[in-house]
Design a binder for this molecule. Sequence first.
Ligand code: NAP
Length: 254
Amino acid sequence: MFTPVTGRTVLVTGGTKGIGKGIAGVFARAGANVVVVGRDRERGEGTAEELGAAYVSADVGRAEDCERMAAEAVERFGGIDVLCANAGVFPDAKLEDMTEADIDAIFATNVKGTMLSVKACLAELERSGHGRVILTSSITGPITGYPGWSHYGATKAAQLGFLRTAAIELAAKGITINAVMPGNIETEGLDELGPEYRQKMESSIPQRKLGKVEDIGYAALFFASDEAAYITGQTIVVDGGQVLPESMMALEAV
Ligand code: NAP
């Protein structure tokens, strides 16, 4: 039996849509106080209303925004128990076309944004006595590759490099930090890649379907639980078996 997260305060960056909204919804339905963070105010306020959450407008690539987001969560709910550092972008560019600005922009949100979010919430996570950080990484980068996403893959692998040293530092503060590595999950962002991408992707997954945002939310909820207190610096792949086949032939054989 898992101890309920009722009354705990959970900050979800990128919680205004997609996977982050799924994570926020899972925690909200579990009785947590949820704060969703994103840059688009209209969307953020709409999501917050839908989920019964609070909304803070912030760009995680900016230190002052991250500090304000943490301060507003504390002002609203009195502390922070769980940070889901989920905000991320995935524009595509082949290496020969990629500009320096493309590389800076994706690292600013996915890597710097992850680190600044964690840093801004540290004191409150320590004060909670059972602080939890859950990163949203990806299979792309740490395990797999995909043409057009070399910069993206680099950022998702970088998050895991950060995770392993942060886990050692944060252990002394009673905080765990772990990462969920999603495969292909049904989101508005993924929809923008078009129906052909979706169809081909489904056929390369052993379960023959994309994941749901809640699938990532439940993995995050597990890492946030009291029962996961002795797990830190670890990752969990949530991908319907996508990384398993060693070739397309392995899938065609069933
Ligand atoms: P999404 O639908 O495009 O949503 C991204 C969220 O992040 C939005 O709430 C967005 O809000 C926010 N965001 C983006 N840049 C931000 C910034 N600089 N500061 C604050 N918020 C920011 O994307 P998603 O598919 O849910 O992806 C979420 C995370 O999952 C990412 O880290 C991504 O790498 C990872 N992931 C996704 C998949 C997938 O299949 N979808 C697979 C593996 C990993 P605003 O635009 O309003 O700021």
